[in-house]
Design a protein around this ligand. Structure first.
Ligand SMILES: Cc1ncc(COP(=O)(O)O)c(C=O)c1O
Length: 446
């Protein structure tokens, strides 16, 4: 399939234009939301916060295209988040929209593991073609957490051992299986702690490989029989942290020495975002299992776990009733959208665009402030919690950004790869202003 020429879509890139954030339509809709959504989900900031120019209700998204998002009040924003990194090719790419329309007319829903459908089959073949090494067998999933859980099940079957090594500040999703491995913030786990599997041992991200080797050699460590290592090759939500040089290679070596299954969670980093197709390509390391998600669906919910045939073979042949499946497994519309997104990513040369983005950001903000790689960057701010205030100010200026890092001191920059030069320039100026206001805030608080 030939994706629609990107320049047409890119031409839609418009500057931020906001009047009232959040405007009355968003506020009214959030009133309804507050009545009907679990209060634990969407943050409804205290209206008193408005007096300080901070802390308001969220805007309600109405439409989005390319690098722009519009809210219910008609305010136009520039998205510096890619909506959690999903909109790597831009929001609502015409090629994805067309693929969704066509597929929806043909076959809207398939039948999971029982009867496969053509886009689902093609997507798995395509993932095999782009995955590193000989990773060529897939389990599709409805999102990232589900892909991580499929990977952990696969690793348990392949190693025959239940224990998993994962790392501090890592984010692998919040459903029970994934949450057992997530160590992003204690708050996420504390209420459910008693219900989480005890098979995961967390070590510091970037831990000295000697410490890991010692743990694996010493059964007295209490870590149990370890069968897998699960790691983000660059921490995403944890604040765009690139591990020490050679660390991923050391994990590969350790996995080989101890016959462990090495799982890379590339849900955030994958598909070009870090300036290479996979973040593990930077280190020339190939895992046994790779988790993909976010940008893969071009905006539709999807995840995938891709493994070597040797590892995936541990599942054995399905005896008719698959022991791992779901009602919506390999949904044809999602698969068609994913195929279109992969076409666009290739046509864009996503890794090259991401590298160019990093170079521009480093030139503008300086290496001291910038962390991460490619279009997965963070700007380090000067105090814990500063990022939420900075993103609040940016929103009022028309820029959607997310705070990151476990101390809330990282301003995440994970935008679509299609921001125009004018959008970027305006964003950098707005960031300067928001950081300057933060410095003044710090000064006033001192
Ligand atoms: C590295 C990583 N893994 C897993 C997940 C979970 O994905 P989802 O939110 O689609 O379940 C995320 C989400 O941010 C992520 O960044």
């Amino acid at each position: 399939m030939n994706p629609a020429p990107f320049t047409e879509h890119d031409g839609l890139a418009l500057p931020a234009l906001v009047t009232d954030v959040p405007g009355p339509a968003s506020v009214a809709a959030v009133d309804t939301l507050a009545r009907h959504e679990s209060p634990g989900i969407t943050a409804r900031r205290a209206r008193q916060g408005e007096a300080r120019g901070l802390g308001k209700d969220p805007i309600v998204w109405a439409r989005a295209t390319g690098g722009n998002v519009w809210d219910l009040d008609g305010n136009r924003f520039v998205d510096l988040t890619g909506a959690f990194g999903v909109a790597l090719i831009g929001h609502g790419h015409p090629a994805v929209v067309a693929a969704v329309e066509d597929q929806a007319r043909a076959l809207l829903h398939g039948m999971g593991d029982v009867y496969p459908n053509a886009p689902r089959i093609e997507l798995m073949a395509r993932l095999a073609a782009i995955a590193p090494g000989d990773l060529s067998q897939c389990i599709l999933a409805g999102g990232g957490a589900e892909a991580v859980e499929a990977a952990l099940k696969t690793a348990a079957l392949a190693s025959g051992r239940p224990g998993v090594i994962a790392f501090s500040d890592s984010y692998h999703g919040l459903s029970y299986g994934a949450l057992a491995a997530t160590a992003y913030k204690d708050d996420f786990r504390r209420p459910f702690w008693q219900q989480l599997g005890r098979h995961v041992t967390h070590l510091p991200y970037g831990v000295d490989p000697a410490v890991l080797r010692a743990l694996l050699r010493g059964p007295a460590s209490g870590a149990g029989p370890i069968g897998a290592i699960l790691v983000e090759p660059i921490l995403g939500r944890g604040g765009q942290v690139v591990p020490p040089a050679g660390w991923l290679r050391a994990l590969r070596d350790i996995a080989d020495e101890h016959d462990l299954v090495l799982v890379f969670d590339e849900i955030y980093t994958g598909l070009g975002r870090t300036g290479a197709m996979w973040a593990c390509d930077h280190d020339d390391v190939v895992p046994d299992v790779l988790c993909v998600g976010k940008a893969l669906g071009g905006g539709l919910p999807v995840g995938a776990c891709v493994a070597t045939p040797a590892v995936m073979g541990a599942w054995g042949r399905s005896q008719g009733e698959a022991i791992h499946t779901a009602t919506f497994l390999g949904n044809p519309v999602v698969a068609a959208a994913s195929l279109a997104a992969l076409d666009v990513l290739a046509a864009l040369d996503a890794p090259a665009r991401a590298r160019a983005f990093e170079a521009r950001v480093r030139a503008r903000f300086g290496d001291d402030r910038v962390r991460g790689r490619g279009a997965m960057l963070g700007l380090a701010l000067d105090s814990p919690g500063a990022a939420a205030r900075v993103t609040g100010r940016l929103l009022k200026d028309g820029f959607i950004a997310l705070p990151g890092g476990t101390h809330g001191d990282i301003l995440g920059l994970t935008p679509p790869l299609v921001l125009s030069a004018a959008q970027e320039a305006a964003a950098w100026d707005a960031i300067d202003r928001a950081i300057a206001a933060e410095t003044a805030h710090d000064g006033a608080a001192a």
